[in-house]
Design a protein around this ligand. Structure first.
Ligand code: SF4
Length: 336
């Protein structure tokens, strides 16, 4: 099994099965997560048979970098290869004293959102917990870029890989493992309503972000097929319950598609939908890669229509000079 998929307890059990004392688990975790050492031979306080891997069949293999792109604004995007040859993307976004990693939860995605390159290429498989943890490990230790925050906003729908995602969160937040605070983690969903309700009752502090992108079912269903399964009424009821139970603020993502989901009517519908809700709305210009100024102008106009009625931010697109949109780097490297 991949070392990065082990919780501390599981590693202790593995050691006990090999007739080794469980305190070796803490020593191994310290080497990997505190010192960034993944070569067993260099773990000098471990007994020789453990260092030579004869005592424990655990491999510690960080994700392999196939390609990395760097934007002029400091954003970096990596194409990472998994052990079975599949690829995933992960993005590092430095911003002042914060550095956020946008990580993937699946290879491909079954959700088919029309504006998303990943959605267009279909679902391949779920990531295992170690492949999720491994993305943060790659940035912080293989590359040496410290992380303050992480969002599951790369490829895939985390709620559809929920068991592995939950396990990865456990490893990431364990102070003896990766040790990032739960409040610095965000799960992002296209709107799997029952899972939002489930999240509300977990004893976690992680944040919730919802891709909304339209204030009306007839618009949202055109660009997000999931809306036919969980229409806005059901989705909003789940979010209201989440806020009531957790008292945590929800973030909504809204990509402005000119002459589709912008204008005064849609602004008023959005205000009505989110009225008095404990939330923040990120307005995102469509397709920054195309560099179209009308997309930015449309987003700016939409923000003005919402301003003072909703808690709203125009999100600068980061890494616009690299293949920044979700799935684009992989598509270029793997499919072209
Ligand atoms: S936007 Fe997210 S949920 Fe939609 S297809 Fe892309 S990866 Fe999947």
């Amino acid at each position: 099994m991949d070392f990065f998929s082990f919780s501390k307890t599981e590693l202790e059990e593995e050691l006990l099965k090999a007739f080794l004392p469980k305190f070796r688990a803490k020593q191994m975790l310290d080497w990997v997560y505190k010192k960034g050492v993944t070569d067993l031979k260099s773990m000098t306080n471990l007994p020789l048979d453990l260092r030579q891997r004869t005592a424990l069949g655990v491999s510690i293999l960080p994700l392999r970098e196939k390609l990395i792109q760097q934007s002029t604004d400091g954003t970096k995007k990596a194409l990472l290869q998994l052990n079975d040859g599949e690829f995933i993307e992960s993005v590092y976004i430095p911003e002042g004293d914060r550095a956020t990693v946008c990580f993937s939860s699946q290879v491909g995605c079954a959700m088919g959102c029309s504006f998303c390159a990943t959605g267009q290429s279909g679902f391949v498989r779920n990531l295992d917990p170690g492949e999720i943890v491994g993305q943060l490990y790659y940035w912080q230790y293989s590359k040496g870029f410290p992380i303050t925050n992480a969002v599951a906003m790369g490829q895939g729908e985390p709620f559809l890989n929920w068991d592995n995602f939950q396990k990865a969160i456990g490893i990431l937040t364990d102070p003896d493992c990766f040790g990032i605070g739960a409040r610095h983690l965000t799960v992002s969903t296209c709107g799997i309503a029952p899972k939002i309700r489930e999240l509300a009752y977990l004893p976690w502090q992680i944040n919730l972000s919802v891709s909304l992108h339209a204030p009306l079912d007839k618009l949202r269903s055109q660009i997000m097929p999931i809306n036919r399964r969980y229409p806005l009424k059901e989705l909003m009821e789940a979010i209201v319950e989440y806020i009531r139970v957790t008292n945590r603020r929800v973030t909504f993502e809204y990509t402005v598609i000119p002459e589709f989901n912008d204008g005064e009517e849609n602004a008023n519908l959005l205000i009505g939908l989110l009225d008095k809700m404990l939330c923040h709305v990120n307005i995102i210009p469509l397709n920054p890669l195309a560099g179209k100024s009308e997309n930015l102008e449309a987003a700016e106009k939409f923000v003005k229509l919402l301003d003072k009625k909703l808690n709203v931010t125009l999100r600068r697109s980061r890494g616009a000079d690299i293949d920044a949109a979700c799935g684009q780097l992989k598509q270029k490297q793997v499919y072209e």
